[in-house]
Design a protein around this ligand. Structure first.
Ligand SMILES: Nc1ncnc2c1ncn2[C@@H]1O[C@H](COP(=O)(O)OP(=O)(O)OP(=O)(O)O)[C@@H](O)[C@H]1O
Length: 765
């Protein structure tokens, strides 16, 4: 073992948690328009007053030598609108995205009786074939381009016509009235009022409930919006209110009203992330006890599948009003999941409701296609999301296509070519067109009484050891790049992507990110010789199973990081392998040292904290840090049993003696109500700022009584700073298309630092 301070392997991550970040930490394999503003917009166009306040309060980390709190101004539009999504960039640079031709295969389900039950899998050609095809079809490509652009243009045109008609229907012809409506927060002032609070109370009364829910005025507007689209036979809608404004309650009330006013008791299909399944069931039972609700997940599935199949085969209506399922049911191709989906295709759904619907941002995903095969015939596809625009216009289009496939269907064409996030005309046009189908309200527009949210960035400085680890990694990368550059005539330090494969670029980038977060996330302290020694001890003891060869064990251990090996030694290392690390190793990271100062201070001043990380391996280290710091906590990530998640949420909210909750950003960042906390720490930021926004709003929502402070930890002089810059730029795009409605200024200020470009810049230093 290398000299240094003595001291994870990632536990198996759930697919749900890691699907969007497959390039990230690997789990162990063995261990387991702004030309004239559109007259009507159904979402708020007002620029939100800044919710950011100066962080001059005493809550800042005292005596933190290198901390320079900086305010993030989310509403700021001084940055450009470039889309820097890593995937986009790398594929563009490699040329793979433009040249790849997806081949479509239709794989039939086992169900011989049903044609519409086919599931679609896209198999991308490999890189070599792509190149060949590109050369062969180059001429055609030009024609293809024109034809494909036409498909997009026609879709927008078709939608524009319906949109105009709908605007007339919805808001009348006078622009003045329309303009007022765009800011309507009270249903009583709206020309499109269908129901009032009294109607709702009556509906709930008929539902024989003792519970008499009172909707907030803007929620009443939301319910009327949904009813109106239903009456106009519009097949889809997006309710995109900011997180925590009660989309769930609006959707449930809408379903009750469909039953009471339109004699439509369903069946409805509700699809949501695993973490909020229990919450949905609870809210449905509380708000509409007259509905029969079936949770179709986990062990419950096998108990219900036979009965449901027999209902379906007999052509009978289903024995429920609402069935609740998880997105994961549409993600895999196991026999069980195919059977599950087959059952869901027996009935024509009235409403297919998708919570956290940004999950459908990728139309080439199994999830999108398989869910579409179930939802296509529904009367309505209703999408709930607090963050409708995640990365780019293409993703927004994927959602629009899901919502109204007949209008937005574009087949297999590569939308990336035509949906340029910097095309302001296009953004304006899309905004105008989609206006009547999306209702979005911001917290500050509708809930002046909501507590403030204070944003703080804490820049932390690496110490010698972490700095050495980071520089070592940079030097290795530079040496590898120089070796590649020397073999090619392409000497362009500004474009490392020309000489380095995409995968390798992302591996290097990931390694830098890991070290910037915690050096124990790479293997550096434990040498190859150590690994060999441990393998020889562990192999005969069957630690990895008795069928595993010594070579395989060595290979496996070599892929472990320092923390994983430390942990393995803790469990199994009593035979001369007592090289476990000491507690002070946990504070080798600048972020953990910052937490050691921040957390006790927060605790002593009566605050409670949510700590988010993207990686379960980092959460493991954070658990260690919290144990050493001596604070109580709970943890929720993708590996937490679905049935256990709501318990953790309830316990944390009810028990003030639990100081912190550690959450993985993917599994714990969406849908949960964690108003027991008033402080959020984003340990490591996501490239996609919406993911972090979702996380922040777990406690900044209805029910929160204290001001909420959000800390973002950024390690100075590392790629962490680049990730933060990229995230800020993406927020600007979101503001441009969905919220402020203002033109984005200063478009060229920020250099286009993509992942490859960031790495290129590291060569130039
Ligand atoms: N009219 C209301 N009366 C009482 N409680 C309400 C009302 N509307 C919402 N709530 C409560 O506010 C909290 C937030 O609501 P909900 O979870 O539906 O928000 P959301 O918009 O779906 O958030 P997210 O986008 O984060 O999922 C919940 O606890 C909910 O019960």
């Amino acid at each position: 073992m290398k000299r240094g301070r003595n001291n994870m392997e990632d536990y198996e991550l759930s697919d749900e948690e890691w699907a969007p970040a497959e390039d990230s930490f690997k789990p162990s394999r063995v261990l387991k328009i702004i030309p004239p503003k559109p007259p009507i917009q159904s979402y708020a166009y007002t620029k939100p007053p800044s919710i950011i306040q100066n962080n001059t309060n005493t809550n800042n980390i005292n005596n933190m030598s290198n901390s320079h709190p900086v305010q993030i101004d989310i509403s700021s539009s001084s940055e450009n609108l470039e889309d820097d999504d890593v995937e986009v960039t790398t594929s563009t640079l490699s040329g793979a995205a433009t040249s790849s031709r997806a081949r479509r295969f239709v794989i039939e389900d086992d169900d011989e009786e049903e044609d519409d039950g086919n599931e679609i899998i896209d198999v991308k050609s490999n890189e070599y074939n792509d190149e060949v095809e590109d050369i062969e079809f180059q001429d055609e490509d030009d024609d293809d381009d024109v034809e494909e652009r036409d498909v997009v243009r026609k879709a927008l045109h078709k939608c524009g016509k319906i949109s105009t008609e709908l605007k007339m229907e919805l808001y009348g012809t006078t622009a003045a009235a329309c303009h007022r409506y765009s800011q309507v927060v009270e249903a009583s002032t709206s020309s499109m009022r269908i129901v009032t609070q009294d109607d709702i109370t009556e509906a709930y009364g008929e539902a024989d409930s003792n519970f008499k829910p009172e909707l907030k005025p803007y929620q009443l507007v939301g319910v009327n919006f949904l009813l109106l689209l239903y009456r106009k036979k519009i097949g889809g809608a997006i309710l995109a209110d900011e997180m925590g404004l009660g989309k769930t309650i609006q959707a449930i009330t809408y379903l009750i009203l469909l039953k009471n006013l339109n004699d439509d008791p369903g069946p409805h299909l509700i699809v949501c992330p695993a973490s909020v399944l229990e919450n949905w069931e609870r809210e449905l039972r509380k708000w509409c006890p007259s509905f029969t609700v079936l949770q179709y997940h986990g062990a419950n599935r096998s108990a219900y599948i036979k009965e449901l199949s027999s209902f379906g085969k007999a052509g009978m209506p289903p024995p429920f009003n609402v069935i609740l399922v998880c997105y994961s049911l549409f993600e895999r191709h196991s026999a069980q999941q195919k059977d599950d989906r087959k059952v869901l295709r027996y009935w024509r759904w009235s409403c297919v409701l998708m919570d956290e619907a940004h999950a459908l941002k990728d139309k080439s995903s199994y999830r999108w296609k398989n869910l579409m095969s179930v939802a296509r015939n529904a009367k309505q596809r209703l999408m709930l999301t607090g963050t409708p625009l995640q990365n780019d216009l293409q993703e927004l289009w994927s959602m629009l296509e899901f919502m109204m496939p007949d209008l937005f269907e574009t087949g297999d064409i590569d939308l990336k070519k035509f949906l340029n996030s910097e095309d302001k005309d296009l953004i304006a046009q899309m905004k105008s067109i989609i206006g009547p189908f999306i209702l979005r309200r911001l917290k500050l527009d509708v809930m002046q009484q909501l507590v403030p949210k204070i944003q703080t960035v804490e820049y932390v400085q690496m110490d010698t050891e972490q700095d050495a680890a980071y520089n070592e990694a940079i030097q290795n990368y530079r040496a590898a790049s120089q070796a590649r550059l020397s073999k090619t005539s392409e000497i362009n330090l500004n474009n490392i992507a020309a000489v380095m494969p995409r995968r390798q670029i992302s591996n290097y980038f990931l390694e830098f990110r890991k070290i910037a977060n915690h050096p124990l996330l790479v293997r550096r302290l434990y040498t190859d010789n150590d690994v060999l020694r441990y393998a020889k001890v562990m192999h005969p003891r069957g630690v990895f199973g008795f069928e595993c060869t010594l070579e395989r064990v060595i290979e496996e251990l070599k892929s472990y990081n320092d923390y994983s090996i430390h942990k393995l030694l803790l469990f199994h290392g009593d035979d001369g392998t007592d090289d476990v690390l000491s507690d002070d190793h946990v504070f080798v990271s600048a972020k953990c040292r910052a937490l050691a100062k921040l957390l006790p201070m927060l605790k002593n001043t009566g605050h409670r904290v949510l700590i988010f990380s993207q990686w379960t391996s980092m959460l493991d280290i954070l658990e260690w840090a919290l144990d050493v710091i001596g604070v109580t906590y709970r943890r929720l990530d993708g590996s937490t049993q679905v049935t256990e998640r709501q318990n953790i949420v309830d316990t944390f909210n009810k028990d003030p003696t639990i100081f912190a909750c550690l959450l993985s950003t993917r599994a714990g960042g969406q849908g949960l109500n964690l108003t027991g906390a008033d402080t959020v720490i984003i340990h490591d930021m996501d490239f996609n700022p919406q993911i972090d926004r979702q996380a922040e709003d777990r406690c900044h929502r209805i029910g929160q009584t204290k001001p909420v402070t959000v800390y973002r930890l950024v390690t100075k002089n590392t790629v962490d700073e680049n990730v933060y810059e990229i995230a800020k730029r993406k927020l600007t795009l979101d503001a441009a298309i969905l919220e402020t409605g203002e033109e984005v200024v200063g478009g060229g200020d920020m250099p286009d630092k993509t992942m490859a470009q960031i790495l290129s810049s590291l060569l130039l230093v």
